[in-house]
Design a protein. Structure first.
Length: 201
């Protein structure tokens, strides 16, 4: 419960400055919102890492949200080698920003004109269109769709090290609900088809 309260504080900090509409929540925290999609879904969250995908890094404006996070006692940490930004709370919560690969091959990309940088990763561009909008505590949040969650987790599982087994459990659990839903199964098949056309044909 305390972790969900912490997440809500982050989302409110983003919303009050207009940044929430520019991001998609990805990673394991998506699970807590899938209970609004699937009947009987019971999320199991064992992480304090919160990841946000930024589809249009060039036009994002997180500067004021960064100030709001500092008011919540988050420290902005920037890697001196890669420029990668993260915010860390006294309780160990970590916020990171992710964006798609770029033509320049940069490992990190500046978010708008701010001093924040998002890490460029493979296969995350699917989140640009495959997300669901969920109402939560008066906020409208973009969350990675269950299909996008499962597919990307599966694609990178062999690179996840000690987190691979936990991710695999989440993949299987979410996939079981996708399989039982005609709507979600259709989206899953459509995303698989578009993915292979984009990357392998």
């Amino acid at each position: 419960m305390e972790d969900k309260k912490e997440l809500l504080g982050i989302l409110k900090a983003f919303d009050e400055n207009g940044f929430l509409k520019d991001v998609v929540l990805i990673g394991s925290w998506c699970l807590t919102f899938y209970e609004q999609i699937f009947e009987g879904f019971t999320p199991s969250i064992r992480t304090i890492d919160v990841d946000f995908y930024v589809p249009n890094a060039k036009f994002a404006d997180p500067k004021q949200s960064a100030e709001s996070l500092k008011n919540l006692n988050y420290d902005h940490i920037r890697d001196t080698l890669t420029n990668k930004s993260k915010f860390i709370s006294p309780d160990g919560f970590e916020i990171e920003f992710i964006t798609k690969l770029n033509r320049e091959g940069l490992s990190c990309v500046r978010l708008g004109k701010s001093g924040l940088f998002a890490e460029s990763l493979s296969y995350v561009d699917m989140y640009s269109t495959h997300f669901v909008e969920i109402e939560y505590e008066g906020l409208l949040i973009k969350v990675a769709s269950p299909s996008a969650f499962v597919i990307r987790k599966a694609l990178i599982n062999d690179k996840r090290g000690v987190k691979a087994e936990k991710d695999l459990q989440a993949i299987k659990y979410v996939a079981s609900f996708i399989k039982a839903s005609v709507k979600e199964s259709s989206e899953f098949c459509a995303l698989i088809n578009s993915f292979f056309i984009l990357y392998f044909i």
